[in-house]
Design a binder for this molecule. Structure first.
Ligand code: MG
Ligand code: MG
Ligand code: MG
Length: 307
């Protein structure tokens, strides 16, 4: 049986493309591997795979009796079910180290960069394995997505350098227009159920013993969400009621204005002021310059919850 490479729940383009790339690399290095996703891929990822003619990973949601590589996460709350009943072989990631544990020594590549695919490009170079052109294209898209076209606070010089190298390899000359094409697909909300919008890019966190859910919608213009904002606000209240949550937040990120409106359903709105110094206006707050959940939102909330 092959090993499976899988990213986090609510798969984003990095989780999908990093899984495809690591499975390719591992297989070429003699460890037969297949890419997988835990849940259906989103429209942005579909667009990216179509654009470069790459097939979608198969859906695998249970790790029992399987060998597993994780990409783009190492948190139990985001990982595949029954990871402890399978065998974890390695992790490639760009987030804070999470809470997965192992009985055996494993391979871990985690770098403080903007995208897992930036690490993966370096792995191809390290092992001296030729990177296929189509995979260079999808990995470039993952970087453009995760770094919001190199504008996010998470973006590093390494992401930019690798992005340029991948663009050359993939034959892409205009990175910004490719990025905008992707974000237009990502901004589309027509016909999408409200809950799917909230869960499009959603993660649960444990913050000092409090369960906190944080979703994010990235759009090219916030006004695109005007017609659904009230429904989104009501739905995060429902989600909070359905689970054992202290707070459920939804970031509506405007990638052109470079800031986010935060919608909140919380037991204690003062954590928002503590975290960002921004006084909530009712159940929302504008966070100027905040675009990254990972680098700006999660650490600030963690601090606010622990104080
Ligand atoms: Mg991700
Ligand atoms: Mg990522
Ligand atoms: Mg993301």
């Amino acid at each position: 049986m092959p090993a499976y490479v899988v990213g986090h729940k609510s798969p984003d383009t990095d989780s999908v493309c990093a899984a495809i790339a690591l499975a390719d690399l591992k297989s070429k290095l003699g460890v037969e591997s297949k890419p997988a996703v835990q849940e259906d891929i989103n429209d942005e990822s579909k667009f990216v795979l179509d654009k470069f003619g790459v097939g979608a990973p198969e859906k695998v949601s249970d790790a029992s009796d399987k060998q597993i590589f994780l990409v783009d996460h190492s948190d139990l709350s985001q990982t595949i079910d029954n990871l402890d009943k399978g065998e974890l072989l390695g992790i490639v990631d760009h987030h804070k180290v999470g809470d997965v544990t192992t009985n055996n020594p494993i391979e871990v590549w985690t770098w403080p960069v903007g995208c897992t695919c930036t690490v993966l490009k370096n792995m191809y170079d390290f092992y001296n394995v030729e990177l296929p052109k189509d995979l260079a294209g999808i990995m470039l898209c993952a970087i453009l997505s995760d770094t919001v076209i190199f504008k996010s606070a998470t973006c590093t010089d390494e992401d930019k350098k690798v992005g340029e190298e991948l663009a050359k390899k993939a034959g892409v000359s205009d990175l910004t227009s490719l990025g905008m094409e992707m974000f237009k697909v990502k901004s589309a909300i027509e016909g999408t159920p409200i809950r799917d919008l909230v869960h499009r890019d959603y993660k649960d966190f444990d913050m000092s013993g409090n369960k906190v859910g944080i979703g994010q919608l990235e759009v090219v213009d916030l006004s695109l969400l005007d017609s659904v904002k009230e429904d989104l606000a009501n739905d995060i209240k429902s989600i909070k009621g359905e689970g054992d949550y202290h707070s459920v937040f939804l970031l509506l990120t405007d990638i052109m204005k470079e800031g986010s409106e935060l919608l909140m359903a919380t037991d204690d709105p003062s954590v928002v002021e503590k975290a960002f110094g921004a006084k909530p206006d009712g159940e929302k707050a504008w966070l100027d310059g905040v675009m990254s959940r990972k680098k700006q939102v999660v650490p600030n909330f963690e601090k606010a919850f622990s104080s």
